[in-house]
Ligand binder design. Structure first.
Ligand code: KG4
Ligand code: ZN
Length: 345
C-alpha cells in the first residue's frame, strides 16, 4: 500500500511516500528557517504563504524520488493539529483535494502522535507499551503509550518547552534560529559544570517548566556580558537534560514501563543521546531514539501514523475534519474506528 504523508504544522513543508508499514520511498523536506531567521521565530502568516507555494512542488518531487505515479497513491495522511492554524489549513486543504481528485481515503494525523510513530519506523520490532518523551519546539510531553491508539499524557509543559528554552537562549546570545543544533555542537566542547543553572521542577511531578531557566540565563548574562559560549551552552543544556532524564525515568518506574522512547526535535540532541541510555540502564530500563532525521519534523512519521490508522485499525476521516491548533493528545485516536468511512461518501 502506498501512503502519501503531508506535514505543514509549523515551519517545515514535508512530504513523504511510504510503502506499507515502514518502507520509506521518499522523505522530502523544505525548511523555512531562512524565511523566519531575521524575526527570531516563526511568523505564522509568512509560514502559511510559503507552505502554499512549496507544497505542490514538494509532492511532485517526492513522487519523482519514489518513482511512484499519482495513480499509485492509495492513501493520503496529513497533520491536522496541533500547530499553527494557517499552516495546518494549507496542508489539510491540499490533502483533502488530493483525496477527492485521486478518489482515495483521507486520514488526519495528530502531530505528536506522529512524532511517536518515528519510533515505529526505526524499531518495528519494539512495540508499545513504553513511556514516550516528546521534546520539540512547542512541547515537552510525557506520555504512557499502551498501544498505538492508546495515549495517556501524564506530564506537559507549563510554559516554555525544552526546544523553546534552547531557542530562547540562542536568541539571547545571537546563535540564530532554531538554536538547538548550534547549542548541541557548542556544548560538546564546553564544561557542563561551569555555570550552576537551576533544574526547574526536578523531582516534582511530571510537568516541566523551563521559563525560569531562561530567566536565570538572562540574569547570569547581565553579570557576564562576554560569556564563554561553549560553557554556557553545555551548562544550560545539562540543566534541561537532567530534568528530562529525571522525569522520564521516574515516570517509567511509577508506571512500570521498561522502555522509554524519546522523539521530537530535541531528541536529535547528542548530549541527551549520550547520557540517557546509561542512566536508564542503571534502573533496568532501555531508551530508544529514532535516527536524528526522523526526530525533527518530517512527513514519514505522518504517513506511518496514517497507514496504521487506515490499514491496521480500519479508520479514515470525513472530509469535514477541521484543523485544530490545540488538538489534545490525551486519548486521541481511541475508540473511533470506521466512523470516518461514512463521511467519505
Ligand atoms: O520536532 P521539531 O522539529 O518541531 C516542532 O514540532 O517543534 O523540533 C524543533 C526543536 C527546535 O526547538 C530546535 O531548536 C530543536 O528542536 N532541535 C534541537 C536539535 N535539533 C533540533 N535541540 C537540541 N539539539 C539538537 N540537535
Ligand atoms: Zn514536531
Amino acid at each position: 500500500m502506498i501512503t502519501l504523508g503531508i506535514e505543514t504544522s509549523c515551519d517545515e513543508t514535508a512530504v513523504a511516500i511510504l510503502r506499507d508499514r515502514d518502507e520509506i520511498l521518499a522523505n522530502t523536506i523544505y525548511s523555512q528557517v531562512d524565511l523566519h531567521a531575521r524575526y527570531g521565530g516563526v511568523v505564522p502568516e509568512l509560514a502559511s504563504r510559503d507552505h502554499l507555494k512549496k507544497l505542490p512542488y514538494l509532492v511532485e518531487e517526492a513522487l519523482g524520488k519514489a518513482k511512484v505515479s499519482w495513480k499509485e497513491i492509495e492513501l493520503v495522511g496529513v497533520t491536522y493539529g496541533p500547530g499553527l492554524i494557517g499552516p495546518l489549513v494549507v496542508g489539510v486543504s491540499y490533502a483533502k483535494g488530493l483525496s477527492v481528485a485521486l478518489d482515495v481515503p483521507f486520514v488526519g494525523v495528530h502531530h505528536l502522535a506522529a512524532h511517536l510513530f518515528a519510533h515505529r519506523l526505526a524499531y518495528p520490532n519494539v512495540p508499545p507499551p513504553f513511556l514516550g518523551l516528546i521534546v520539540s519546539g512547542g512541547h515537552t510531553e510525557l506520555v504512557v503509550v499502551k498501544d498505538w491508539d492508546d495515549f495517556r499524557v501524564i506530564g506537559t509543559t507549563r510554559d516554555d518547552a525544552a526546544g523553546e528554552a534552547l531557542d530562547k537562549l540562542g536568541r539571547l546570545v545571537g546563535l540564530g534560529y532554531p538554536a538547538g543544533p548550534t547549542i548541541d555542537s557548542l556544548a560538546r566542547e564546553g564544561d557542563a559544570k561551569a555555570i550552576p543553572f537551576p533544574r526547574p521542577m526536578l523531582g516534582e511531578g511530571f510537568d516541566t517548566s523551563f521559563a525560569g531557566l531562561k530567566t536565570a540565563a538572562v540574569r547570569w548574562l547581565k553579570d557576564h556580558p562576554h560569556p564563554d559560549l561553549k560553557d554556557l551552552c553545555a551548562s544550560y543544556l545539562e540543566a534541561i537534560a537532567d530534568v528530562l532524564v529525571d522525569k522520564a525515568i521516574r515516570a517509567a518506574r511509577i508506571y512500570e514501563l521498561e522502555r522509554i522512547v524519546v522523539v521530537g526535535g530535541v531528541a536529535a540532541n547528542s548530549r541527551l543521546r549520550e547520557v540517557f541510555p546509561d542512566l536508564a540502564a542503571e534502573r533496568g530500563m532501555k531508551v530508544f531514539f529514532p535516527p536524528p532525521e526522523l526526530c525533527t519534523d518530517n512527513a514519514v512519521m505522518v504517513a506511518a501514523c496514517a497507514y496504521y490508522r487506515f490499514a491496521e485499525r480500519g479508520h479514515c476521516d470525513p472530509l469535514f475534519l477541521s484543523p485544530e491548533a490545540n488538538l489534545p493528545l490525551d486519548g486521541w485516536g481511541a475508540g473511533e474506528m470506521d466512523i470516518g468511512a461514512q463521511g467519505q461518501q
